[in-house]
Design a protein around this ligand. Structure first.
Ligand SMILES: Nc1ncnc2c1ncn2[C@@H]1O[C@H](COP(=O)(O)OP(=O)(O)OP(=O)(O)O)[C@@H](O)[C@H]1O
Ligand SMILES: [Mg+2]
Length: 342
């Protein structure tokens, strides 16, 4: 595939996913992802963290990037190609080699009845990459990338591995096709704290040494801050703040990001998050309300927040979707359209 050097690796542009919920005889629609835009440049690999409370649309966005869900509106572009225009052959022979998923539960990807190396050989075979002997050497090399060896995992069943080891095998499997982008949806949330860091460090190593970019979806602001180069914060389908992790998580501007940061103690974040945020004050109509979706919970709410959707303002180097940061300079930039911070 031909690419120009300035073509982004991934461009998510105003992507929206509408779901319909049936209640009795009526159907309501809501936007699980609402005009989300993210750009990951191709020139240097990045870890792009996506954070946000439960139900904010992180997985739906990831599934669209992986081609598992079709956007209702907007454009998803991988390198120089629009995803929706790829043929099945292009998907299999190109896109699914370059873009690999890693999911939350490492054991869900493996049958308890099959030896774990089966999946590694199967992936190698599917991509017609090697003879058995070459396959052994190649599989050993990808396992070594994640701190394991073929000798350690060969012949073992999934229940004979720890969660951390199983997640490493899942990542090794993803590496077999030499991907350029890994989409990891809560890859560490089922691991205990010590293993989390080793998997997160592995993503950093893959970025540095193998030139792999990672979309890292997490509830864990601490690892997002530690590993993420860029961060997008999701609220009810919107991206409300986007910039470097230093900016967004070091010094959050959006009241929702500020709330997330103060709601979360540093250890065992995903559990704590669900408990700490007072779900009683999360209004049921947040997906569909006119104006800002955070207006019902925001300590700084102003009259116009109830009736007008805030555009993205550029403030202190990041995009923030909040009228608190409206000023003449940022208004001028916002008038030019969606402000993309890459
Ligand atoms: N196939 C579907 N049909 C209808 N609604 C859906 C579907 N998939 C997801 N949703 C809804 O879309 C919203 C966003 O869900 P999503 O799974 O993307 O959130 P999330 O940010 O990944 O949450 P979590 O942190 O809990 O994983 C939720 O309200 C969810 O119930
Ligand atoms: Mg999810």
């Amino acid at each position: 595939m031909s690419q120009q050097s300035n073509t982004p690796l991934l461009k998510i542009e105003d992507v929206t996913k509408v779901f319909h919920i049936r209640e009795g005889f009526s159907t309501t629609e809501f936007h699980a992802v609402d005009k989300a835009s993210i750009t990951i440049e191709a020139d240097s690999p990045k870890i792009f963290a996506i954070v946000g409370e439960s139900g904010s649309g992180k997985t739906t966005l990831a599934r669209m990037v992986l081609g598992m869900e079709t956007p209702s509106m907007g454009i998803l572009q991988y390198r120089d190609r629009v995803l929706a225009e790829l043929s099945n052959k292009e998907l299999k022979q190109w896109f699914y080699k370059e873009v690999q998923p890693v999911f939350q539960d490492p054991f869900a990807a493996f049958s308890p009845l099959k030896r774990i190396d089966h999946y590694l050989y199967e992936t190698v075979r599917n991509y017609k990459m090697a003879s058995r002997k070459e396959a052994d050497a190649y599989i050993d090399s990808v396992l070594r990338e994640v701190g394991l060896t073929l000798a350690e995992v060969k012949g073992r069943y999934p229940n004979e591995l720890s969660g951390g080891q199983a997640q490493r095998v899942a990542i090794a499997r993803a590496l077999i096709t030499k991907p350029k982008l890994i989409v990891a949806d809560e890859p560490v949330s089922m691991l205990d704290a010590s293993l989390r860091m080793s998997v997160v460090n592995m993503f950093r190593k893959l970025k540095e040494e193998n030139q792999v970019s990672v979309i890292y979806i997490t509830h864990d602001l601490a690892t997002a801050y530690y590993a993420g180069d860029q961060v997008a914060v999701m609220l009810r389908g919107w991206i409300v703040e986007k910039g470097t992790s230093e900016q967004v998580l070091g010094n959050p501007l959006h009241p929702y990001t500020q709330n997330l940061k103060t709601s979360i103690p540093s250890v065992n974040v995903s559990d704590a998050w669900k408990e700490k945020i007072d779900l009683a004050v999360v209004e049921a109509d947040e997906y569909t309300r006119t104006g800002c979706k955070y207006a019902g919970r925001c300590p700084f709410v102003m009259d116009k927040c109830h009736n007008h959707i805030p555009p993205n303002f550029v403030h202190e180097g990041r995009a923030v979707k909040c009228f608190l940061y409206e000023d003449p300079e940022t208004m001028a930039q916002a008038a030019l359209g969606e402000v993309v911070v890459t």
